[in-house]
Design a protein around this ligand. Structure first.
Ligand code: ZN
Ligand code: ZN
Length: 378
């Protein structure tokens, strides 16, 4: 190993320098020697950058600094060798400086820090299936079958990917570690071994059915049960019916997203239903018994004498069932009084004869209208 410069000298600070002084000295130098800022002199800048960063990590740590003050370089170069032990605090403190090349190498891969990655087993992907159902099906509930293409664990090799009876071998590329380290400048990069994809083992004889993948693409028909009262946009989670996990990992979930078609007559708000029914002038005035369509057929509704236009009647329990099984909603019926647009001669004669008896001059509303007109214009 070459002669190492004194850490205080490297940072250009005195032996009594405080934390802040060390920090700002490092910042200044780090910006000056950042490899990205020295494209013409990258190698030398990288060497300087490494040197100041090593000095900083020792002097910024009270324990390491004390050891360095007593024993010099020997006090801080442990079994790990010259590669400084960079703590993540340096990223937090100087993220702005490191930012640009963290992007290049992926945060945490710099300085030989290895991203922890679970080897092998991975959970299968979640799947989404859009299912369109009718308004009535949403109201009544439905049992149906859906066909989903998905990755399933290969039944011939039980997901191992090896031909039945054959044994996997240790990966020659990584020696079974699943990770490969490469030196790039002064960075040590750890990567998932591309040959065994982090498994540490390779298959010598691939399963002929899945070609070593351990999974095969299947079209699976699933029976699903949709509860009564579901609404448009609701998601049903079918646990464990997503894609198979790799290398024995758990399966993902299947999400069935419901699209409920609109009804030509009913509108819906939660579990309540709304509809509008036309009634005649005479039905409104004299009262009547009418038939109201419901989701299950018809229901009688008594229109009392003197019913005003747009009156809303509530028919309890004739809405939709609540999906949380808390009873049924109600059906709200609004009556629309139809004023005839055309009259035949007979109808005209009768209505004209009635006209004097139905003058509105003395109605409270008419009085208010007259007063308002007087105030505005008079
Ligand atoms: Zn490998
Ligand atoms: Zn297989």
């Amino acid at each position: 190993m070459n002669h190492k410069r004194d850490y205080y000298e490297v940072l250009g600070v005195g032996r009594e320098a405080g934390d802040q002084e060390i920090k700002s000295a490092y910042r200044k130098l780090a910006l000056q020697y950042h490899p990205d800022r020295n494209p013409d002199n990258k190698e030398e800048a990288t060497e300087r950058f490494k040197e100041i960063t090593e000095a900083y990590t020792v002097l910024a740590d009270p324990q390491k600094r004390a050891a360095y003050d007593r024993f010099g370089h020997a006090g801080v170069s442990g079994a790990a060798g010259p590669q400084p032990d960079f703590s993540s605090t340096i990223f937090a403190d100087f993220g702005d400086i490191f930012g640009s090349f963290s992007d290049l190498f992926g945060f945490g891969d710099i300085f030989g820090q290895t991203r922890t990655r679970q080897r092998g087993a991975e959970r299968g992907a979640d799947l989404r299936y859009d299912l369109e159902i009718s308004f009535e099906e949403a109201a009544a509930g439905l049992e149906t079958k859906i066909k989903i293409p998905r990755m399933e664990t290969c039944s011939d090799c039980n997901g191992r990917g090896a031909r039945r009876g054959s044994q996997p071998a240790t990966c020659p590329a990584c020696g079974g570690r699943g990770q490969i380290r490469t030196q790039q400048g002064f960075f040590t990069l750890s990567q998932t071994c591309p040959q065994c994809r982090g498994m540490g083992q390779i298959i010598r004889e691939a399963c002929p059915t899945c070609h070593g993948e351990g999974r095969t693409r299947e079209e699976r028909v699933l029976g699903i049960k949709i509860p009564a009262g579901v609404e448009d946009g609701m998601r049903l989670r079918v646990s464990g019916e997503g894609e198979a996990g790799s290398q024995g990992g758990p399966a993902g979930d299947l999400y069935v997203v419901l699209r409920v078609r609109e009804h030509p007559f009913f509108e819906r708000q939660g579990s309540d239903l709304y509809c509008t029914i036309p009634i005649s002038l005479t039905q409104a005035a004299l009262g009547a018994e009418i038939k109201v369509p419901t989701l299950r057929g018809h229901e009688k509704l008594t229109i009392p004498e003197g019913t005003q236009p747009n009156t809303v009647f509530r028919l309890r329990g004739l809405g939709l069932p609540s999906v949380e099984k808390r009873g049924h909603g109600d059906l709200y019926v609004k009556v629309q009084v139809i004023i005839p647009a055309h009259l035949n001669r007979e109808q005209r004669r009768i209505l004209e004869s009635l006209a004097p008896a139905f003058r509105v001059d003395n109605s409270p509303l008419k009085k208010r209208v007259s007063e308002k007109a007087k105030n505005s214009f008079g």
